[in-house]
Write a protein of this length. Structure first.
Length: 137
């Protein structure tokens, strides 16, 4: 059985890195570049997981996350942010994100988090991945 992952990220280079990171025979990647189209895709297309950037045009990722949680509470969401501050961590957890990934990130770390959530082995509490690996974007 294949999985479908919706990636909502406005930066094409990062969107491409995520696609490459998750490339697998079992994962179909669907991408959107702004908040409104990402929310529409999450609502109308059958996705198994959403990778959601916070700094999006049109509607920020926090608003998208709130709408996803209100309408699709079981849909796993991995939040991406460049802000490694406590406020982002608290907001991700309070908003119902399944994981928080800080940019820059190691592709292997993102892949592991996504696959853990897809396979149902992700924790019910928000996971956090903060990395300082120089091989990252």
């Amino acid at each position: 059985m294949g999985y479908r992952v919706l990636v909502v990220e406005d930066t094409s280079v990062i969107r491409r890195l995520i696609e490459i990171s998750l490339r697998s025979a079992e994962v179909e990647i669907v991408t959107r570049g702004d908040g409104p189209s990402g929310l529409t895709a999450a609502s109308t297309e059958a996705s198994d997981l959403v990778v959601l950037d916070i700094g999006l045009p049109g509607m920020d990722g926090w608003e998208v996350l709130k709408a996803i949680r209100a309408n699709m509470p079981q849909l796993p969401v991995v939040v991406l942010t460049a802000h490694a501050d406590q406020q982002s961590r608290v907001r991700a957890e309070a908003g119902g994100a399944n994981a928080l990934v800080i940019k820059p990130f190691a592709p292997a770390d993102l892949r592991q988090i996504v696959f853990d959530l897809l396979m149902g082995s992700g924790s019910s509490q928000t996971r956090e991945q903060v990395s300082s690996d120089s091989s990252m974007l």
